[in-house]
Write a protein that binds this ligand. Structure first.
Ligand SMILES: [Zn+2]
Length: 367
């Protein structure tokens, strides 16, 4: 996908150069109008505070050497929009998105330009010292603001936060995630209504369905609806359907956007906020009855610890923050389960089964 985009970009640059020359020869007075589309697009790019990248300098100086000055300046304008970022923790440039082949280290405290790529959450392209292209993890990069200081949020956090806000708008607090009273087969995951599902009467008839990437890791559920369908949908919307998924069990590694799956409680939640003592989650169907959408339940970490015997966490982030403050890749998704599971202290596990007894009592009480 990326590779073909790159090819397309190069082709576009060459085409634009040829086109420019042809137009210049044929009709010198008409060039601005003919290429107005290209110019319009590139004006926005040139307003970014980026400095020229090495790869582009190489492209215009050697690959197309001897070219006329106006063409070189057009090429300069055609390069992808750049974003000036501050490297907050040591950051590695990898050979491709998600690859573990390291090409160059960027020490903390440096600044560099990365491609702006609005569709990307995790991996940002930069030109390296040797002229190659590398991809840096967005959690290590902090966009430099107009006043010259780095933003408080990482590039990845900013992207996720704006996607989260958009989802909050489309799937608002207090609506029901269903298609009650609508002509629908339940396959539109953006369908919301003002009418509760009433599962005890209608079952899942009016619930929305969404499988997505999450189902691949929880195939035992067959198809996803209600809380788990909603969590799966949010996850894909936040990180992209093609983003990988890793399962883990360490509460300290929970990040915004992660899915908390409770097996015995049969409930799913997405982390939307995290601070020192608590997380806030988005969920539907907290009462198992109506698919009510909620974005504001606060769960304290000690409560979450109490649920850890029942919890599996699913993340789309390729890396987590390690003990030395840097970032480590998750173990391979398929083996991550065993690695983390074996680390679980056995006596804690059995002890927590007592809690499960309490929960059964609670459930009986609630009906
Ligand atoms: Zn429902």
């Amino acid at each position: 996908m990326f590779f073909s985009k790159k090819c397309l970009q190069v082709s576009l640059v060459l085409l634009a150069a040829l086109f420019f020359l042809a137009v210049a020869f044929a009709c010198s007075s008409h060039e601005a109008e003919s290429s107005s589309h290209v110019v319009e697009e590139t004006e926005a790019f040139s307003s970014s505070p980026a400095s020229p990248t090495k790869a582009m300098a190489d492209l215009s100086s050697s690959a197309l050497s001897g070219i006329e000055a106006p063409v070189a300046s057009l090429l300069e304008k055609l390069k992808p929009a750049q974003l000036e970022v501050y490297v907050a923790v040591p950051s590695t440039a990898y050979s491709a998105k998600g690859s573990r082949e390291a090409l160059q280290e960027f020490p903390a405290g440096t600044t560099l330009s990365v491609a702006e790529d609005e569709d990307e959450v995790f991996w940002f392209e930069a030109s390296l010292e040797d002229g190659r292209t590398g991809f840096l993890y967005g959690e290590t990069l902090f966009p430099i603001q107009e006043d010259g200081t780095p933003s408080a949020q990482s590039l990845t956090a900013q992207r996720i936060s704006s996607r989260m806000s958009a989802l909050y708008e489309k799937l608002p607090q207090g609506k029901y995630w269903n298609h009650m009273g609508e002509e629908s087969d339940g396959e539109d995951p953006f369908s919301v209504t003002d009418i509760p599902c009433e599962h005890s009467i209608y079952g899942e008839v009016y619930c929305n369905f969404y499988d997505g990437k999450t189902l691949e890791y929880f195939p035992e559920y067959g198809t996803l609806s209600q809380c788990m369908g909603f969590a799966s949908f949010l996850s894909d919307q936040l990180f992209g359907e093609d983003s990988g998924l890793s399962l883990f069990y360490d509460i300290d590694r929970l990040q915004i956007g992660d899915h908390i799956r409770l097996y015995e409680y049969e409930h799913s939640m997405i982390v939307v906020k995290k601070d020192e003592n608590s997380i806030t989650v988005a969920e539907v169907n907290e009462n198992y009855e109506d698919c009510l959408i909620s974005w504001n339940r606060v769960i304290f970490f000690d409560e979450l610890e109490g649920l850890s015997w029942d919890s599996t966490y699913a993340t789309r982030y390729p890396m987590y923050r390690n003990e030395s403050g840097g970032f480590s890749f998750w173990e391979d998704s398929s083996s991550g389960f065993e690695v983390e599971y074996n680390d679980f202290p056995e006596e804690d596990f059995s002890e927590n089964y007592d809690d499960f007894g309490d929960w059964e009592d609670w459930e009986d009480g609630e009906g």
